[in-house]
Design a protein around this ligand. Sequence first.
Ligand code: GUN
Length: 298
Amino acid sequence: MTAKLIKGTEIREEILEEISAEVKAIKEKHGVVPGLVTILVGENPASISYVTLKIKTADRLGFTEVQDTQPETISEEDLLKLIDKYNNDDKIHGILVQLPLPKHINEKKVLNAIDPDKDVDGFHPVNVGRLMIGGDEVKFPPCTPAGIQEMIIRAGVETSGAEVVVVGRSNIVGKPIANMMLQKGPGANSTVTIVHTRTKNMEEHCKRADILVVAAGVPNLVKPEWIKPGACVIDVGVNRVGVSEKTGKAILKGDVDFDAAKEIAGSITPVPGGVGPMTITMLMKNTLKSLKFRLGIA
Ligand code: GUN
């Protein structure tokens, strides 16, 4: 059996088209567009490439886009002042501080300074709390888990009553996706287990999964025999395992042994081109949502 491929690159295009149409309609009716600021501190190459892609995507959708690049040496106090400026800027609906930050800056303090109603990353404790309550309370689901849920829904995978096993307990992926899948509502209503480095028999848990979400950051952690035949496998891992001699680019591998797993799973996300493209897409969706909340039309 060969699994159906759940392609993030294709789903991204569908969602960006939907966002683009909504942006046009809101602009015509209300005369405003979503505004996103990305704050980049220093010159981390991975951060620069993420931020560049965020800006390109926002531009393509007709958002107001501000890229605010600050030197590595900026003080915590000045960064907090900058965030305050954007908290009070009516043209800005989403504030994103690219992580990681330099060591002399307290990351938690910075993230907590963002107005929760502009926190399109969904990292502020207020938004984490809203996510935990679920339903109408949720404003900004964090982007990677939101992308995962959207992929599961659009692939037509049944979630109600499904056994979902999440591998990994990070604040950015594992914990929020587990929480989202157990809520009441579409793309959820699942029975959820989280497994992690201290779990006694990870393999036995994984074998039960109708939907297996793997976000451990360990290449080839999940072996083909851990996968229930016909299961939906979502691989969040992006591991650089070498450099291609041909292109000079990094070779990326997920947390799942893809070639073997695709012969057993019912559907599976590739790496690259699976979950990766969904994160920025959902950031755009959250920024549009923020404007809609402001206009009272969300
Ligand atoms: N660094 C890597 N991924 C992310 C993300 O999703 N949001 C922010 N703010 N920083 C990141």
